[in-house]
Design a protein around this ligand. Structure first.
Ligand code: RRO
Length: 316
């Protein structure tokens, strides 16, 4: 930056909350324990997001359940977490870091989600992200692929308090599904959607050993990282085009450079989350990607996130 250039305004947005930067951690890696969450609070992550919680603590699925791959990872963690009461109890200490705390909630039933959302509505959490898309629990289909159950869940969960809530959505692959889900979601007072969760129930095989890469569910697991960036971009774009402006779209999937974050910005994301890259690199990814994004926007003559948001050009 030379002396005449102003720094780019990199603030992101989720519903009523303005973030100090455009990126923060996704629910998933390195955000389960208080120690990990405090570390996130002291990093450049713009918010502290927790691992999805359940009613009772869970050890998660059998190992090996995470495998790094050349362009990302496959995993079937199985919701390992401390149980929602542990996160309620540590919230005052997490809040002391001075940035928004987002609680990810992933009940195994609507009754579980109702209990947890009610509890966090009465807490000092800033935002709730309700996970409608965990692909890794045997016998529990992803809620976001079932319109009827999604409607039933929202009918209840949207009446439990005033704190802004958002939904973590699975990836969709058909225009009719984007249309149907967006039509449904805009009937509810939600503040944001997060697109996308891992691409569920994929299979990666080691041809040498002729074995599936991970143990749970016979090797079926969520695909993450670079492999899924085009899917994440498409989902952000599709929901941004269909949802009213009062609902922010948060991008996640394969962001490991400032250029990746910029692509999500062009697609219309109000902020982005980092998962696999944070797992591999640790908290330094937030400074690095923020710096790269700032330099890219500066070089392109954008003064702020807002100027570039949704400005994707198409060829028609
Ligand atoms: O813990 C997991 O296995 C997991 C969850 Br809750 C999720 O929402 N998405 C994912 O890929 N893994």
């Amino acid at each position: 930056m030379n002396a005449t250039q102003r720094p780019v305004d990199l603030r992101g947005q989720i519903g009523p909350i303005t973030l100090s930067s455009y990126l923060f951690n996704a629910s998933g890696p390195r955000c389960t324990t208080e120690q990990e969450l405090i570390k996130l609070g002291r990093s450049r992550s713009a918010a502290v997001m927790t691992k999805s919680c359940t009613l009772a603590p869970r050890a998660g699925n059998a190992e090996p359940r995470y495998r790094a791959l050349p362009l990302g990872a496959i995993q079937s963690m199985g919701l390992p977490n401390l149980g929602y009461q542990a996160y309620l109890e540590m919230l005052p200490r997490l809040k002391q870091v001075g940035k928004p705390v987002v609680i990810s909630i992933s009940g195994l039933s609507l009754a579980d989600n109702t209990t947890m959302v009610s509890a966090f509505m009465a807490s000092s959490a800033d935002l709730l992200e309700i996970n409608f898309s965990c692909p890794n629990i045997e016998g529990k289909p992803q809620l976001g692929y079932d319109l009827t159950q999604t409607r039933q869940a929202l009918d209840t969960l949207c009446t439990l308090g005033d704190k802004p809530i958002g939904l973590k959505l699975p990836p969709y692959f058909d225009m009719a599904h984007f249309d149907a889900m967006a039509d449904l979601l805009q009937q509810y007072p939600i503040a944001f959607v997060t697109c996308v969760n891992s691409v569920g129930n994929t299979l990666v095989i080691d041809p040498e050993t002729e074995t599936a890469m991970i143990r749970p569910k016979g090797g079926f697991g969520g695909l993450c990282g670079d492999y899924i960036k085009p899917i994440g971009l498409a989902n952000v774009r599709a929901f941004r085009q269909r949802l009213p402006q009062r609902i922010d779209v948060i991008g996640v999937g394969g962001i490991k450079t400032g250029t990746d974050a910029f692509e999500y910005l062009l697609a219309g994301a109000s902020a982005v989350q980092i998962a696999t890259c944070y797992e591999e690199e640790g908290t330094s990814c937030f400074d690095r990607i923020e710096r790269e994004l700032g330099q890219l926007l500066q070089r392109k003559g954008y003064a702020s996130i807002a100027q570039a948001k949704g400005q994707l050009k198409t060829l028609d």
